[in-house]
Design a protein around this ligand. Structure first.
Ligand SMILES: NC(=O)c1ccc[n+]([C@@H]2O[C@H](COP(=O)([O-])OP(=O)(O)OC[C@H]3O[C@@H](n4cnc5c(N)ncnc54)[C@H](O)[C@@H]3O)[C@@H](O)[C@H]2O)c1
Length: 250
């Protein structure tokens, strides 16, 4: 599988869950991958990527900090000379009822999920424009882009924002042959969802609400990312692609 051979990809939130799987899938398809995360887990993912025979780079970076982001992208360009694929995946989803939500809660979620996407995109686009091509893929969510989720008002606002951002940027950079798309997953089993207590009971309840009868896996999202990162998606831009086992068509 060498669909993405000689391409360089950046994946944020690559230390675990969906981001880790995206990074591995891009690597399996031949891409060199820059792993960005606040967690040291990226160093383990780096080893896994190198074992697949491609090159990697792990950079500790908080996507909500412009300075961190600019440094990380510079490091990536110094090592690989180009950036073909950017996957804005880093995100948090702390549950909080609206009446208990503080300004700090709100800012933290918006800063990582939405402002982080803006910072990363802004840092990477000059290189993609210079190259006259590139693929930017933003991980949104059905929460916000398709449906409401209680106790996730800040998260839903951030992900609806990611979809609006995707469409606006897609229009601005289409002239350079750059595709910008969003993916909205439904419930996906990850360390993050396990940490917020997706208990067996809640898990079964969630599965009952999914027409395809199972919870999503990180690979489901990663497969779509590989397609959107490849030349096969060259006529798709500004879209929000839902991947949720049919839960939002009920
Ligand atoms: N799991 C789901 O059900 C689901 C559904 C829809 C959308 N999503 C979205 O998919 C993405 C990944 O979700 P997941 O379930 O794999 O999450 P996760 O919590 O398992 O992993 C998220 C990763 O992002 C990293 N991260 C957090 N803040 C960061 C920051 N400021 N800078 C850099 N890295 C940071 C974490 O360290 C972690 O490694 C998120 O954007 C999430 O909103 C997840």
């Amino acid at each position: 599988m060498s669909e993405l051979k000689n391409k360089t990809a950046i994946v944020t939130g690559a230390g675990q869950g969906i981001g880790r799987e995206i990074a591995l899938s891009l690597a399996k398809n031949g891409a060199n991958v820059v792993l960005i995360d606040i967690s040291d887990k990226i160093f383990d993912v780096l080893k896994e990527i190198e074992n697949l025979g491609v090159q990697g780079l792990a950079v500790k970076c908080d996507v909500s900090k412009a300075e961190d982001v600019e440094k990380a992208v510079k490091e990536a360009i110094t090592k690989f000379g180009r950036i073909d694929i950017l996957v804005n995946n880093a995100g948090i989803y702390p549950f909080k009822p609206i009446l208990q939500m503080t300004e700090e809660d709100w800012d933290r979620v918006l800063d990582i999920n939405l402002k982080g996407t803006f910072f990363m995109t802004k840092a990477v686009l000059p290189k993609m424009i210079e190259q006259r091509g590139g693929k930017t893929i933003n991980i949104a969510s059905i929460a916000g882009s398709m449906v409401g989720y209680p106790n996730l008002a800040h998260y839903s606002a951030s992900k609806a924002g990611v979809v609006g951002f995707t469409k606006a940027v897609a229009l601005e950079v289409a002239q350079y042959g750059i595709n910008v798309n969003a993916i909205s997953p439904g419930p996906i089993q990850t360390p993050g969802t396990e940490a917020i207590g997706l208990t067996k009971e809640l898990y079964e309840q969630t599965v009952r609400s999914i027409p395809l009868g199972r919870i999503g896996l990180p690979e489901d999202v990663a497969n779509l990312v590989v397609f959107l990162a490849s030349d096969k998606s060259s006529f798709i831009t500004g879209q929000n692609i839902v991947i949720d086992g049919g839960s939002t068509i009920l």
